[in-house]
Design a protein around this ligand. Structure first.
Ligand SMILES: [Ca+2]
Length: 412
């Protein structure tokens, strides 16, 4: 009996001490310390013209875009830890594709699976561009196959993959203009078109027609049943954002929205319930503002927030890319205020409000030097995000996180 009473007394003392410590720590720490943001451990710059997409796996970043001369693709594999090139990939960490004989060339989008990368873009032909897709091995960058647009009329802007297929979006030229928005479904194994989709593997879409129409898809995501793609439709002097939903097997339309605002949609992501779309809305008089939209999978504006407009300057501010992480959205683009600079915003996915714990009240502006530039892609791994754009530059931005300790104690 005495022994049990002694244990109980000890237990009581222990509980009291833990409770006291918890109380003291809560008092000392106060409200949870806001997450603070710092520039990450490394920045790389200067090797090419533009980085248009970055993907991550456990240890590496894969960066794609155009080389300094802007007439061939540049693909890099870098270590996440320090940003250094991985020497076993390509030539010292870099793959440069064959130069275009007719002008510009650029890779715009990359997707990776456990073993391969799938890169989409174009290489200028004569007189029109040739859409191009390459499948390469992640370990060494070796080419498995390349293919795409044999007729040389297309530009591919974005690519999504599932376990067997790729879905590539872009535009087909006609009469010198970006006349048709396109979606192609191809096999990952050999790049062949899947003929049961659309017309022999291709969906072509034209809302505005006539003299020099613009119909382009710039971003694509998929779920198990549908393809969601965004872009623009109109003419060069007035363009409207375009959102399309298509059956993933047949390519048949399952919905469509043409934005109420003048502007363009540049990219999108999806979670289980919503799609999130970014681009710009044209405010008139040369003033563009970021547009960040949340739509249901029926493409209508979601309740909570449908559209947020962010206008950091009176110039042409454009949002280019985004990612979702838990309940947060990170959006990357440019800020035309006092020159062209990268801008990154962190917003709450539920209501679209800026998350004031990030950067300067919810956003960061990065001066990328003379000549300026824009952020075109954003990826995340652990507590760091990786942003790439023009000029050729990849920047790590890390969240120094002091929030966990008091929260863990409060859970007790
Ligand atoms: Ca503006």
């Amino acid at each position: 009996m005495m022994k049990n009473q002694g244990s109980r007394a000890l237990l009581c003392i222990c509980i009291t001490i833990v409770a006291y410590l918890t109380f003291m720590l809560t008092v000392v720490v106060g409200a949870p310390t806001p997450i603070t943001t710092r520039l990450g451990d490394w920045v790389i710059e200067g090797d090419g013209f533009a980085i248009y997409d970055i993907k991550t796996d456990t240890q590496y970043l894969y960066l794609i875009g155009s080389d300094a001369s802007r007439n061939q693709w540049r693909i890099e594999k870098r270590r996440i830890a320090d940003g250094s090139l991985e020497p076993s990939f390509g030539n010292g960490g870099v793959v440069l594709t064959k130069k275009s004989a007719f002008g510009s060339a650029s890779a715009y989008s990359v997707e990776i699976d456990g073993e391969f990368m799938y890169v989409a873009g174009y290489s200028m032909g004569y007189p029109d561009p040739c859409g191009r897709i390459e499948k390469r091995r992640l370990t060494d960058g070796s080419l498995i196959w390349s293919g795409g647009d044999e007729l040389c009329l297309k530009i591919y802007y974005d690519i999504a993959i599932d376990s067997n297929y790729m879905y590539v979006v872009g535009t087909r030229k006609s009469g010198g203009s970006n006349a048709y928005a396109i979606i192609e479904k191809r096999r990952l194994s050999d790049g062949a078109l899947v003929t049961s989709f659309g017309s022999s593997g291709v969906v072509e879409y034209q809302y505005y027609s006539g003299y020099q129409p613009v119909n382009i898809l710039l971003g694509v995501v998929i779920d198990d049943h549908y393809i969601y793609a965004v872009g623009t439709t109109g003419f060069s002097s007035f363009k409207y954002g375009l959102v399309m939903k298509r059956d993933i097997h047949t390519g048949e339309s399952a919905g469509e929205q043409r934005g109420i605002d003048l502007g363009e949609y540049n990219n999108l992501i999806a979670d289980s319930e919503f799609i999130y779309v970014v681009g710009y809305v044209n405010q008139g008089s040369g003033d563009y503002a970021w547009a960040i939209e949340r739509r249901t999978k029926n493409l209508s504006y979601a309740t909570g927030f449908g559209q947020v407009v962010s206008n950091p300057s009176s110039g042409q501010d454009i949002a280019n890319a985004l990612l979702i992480d838990g309940n947060s959205l990170y959006v990357a683009g440019n800020d035309m205020g006092s020159g062209l600079r990268w801008r990154i915003e962190k917003r709450r996915a539920g209501d679209g409000a800026l998350d004031s714990s990030f950067g300067e009240g919810g956003f960061m502006v990065i001066d990328v030097g003379e000549g300026g530039g824009s952020a075109f892609t954003i990826a995340k791994k652990g507590n760091c995000i990786y942003v790439g754009g023009t000029p050729w530059r990849a920047q790590s931005i890390c969240l120094a996180n002091f929030i966990y300790m008091p929260l863990v104690l409060r859970n007790y």
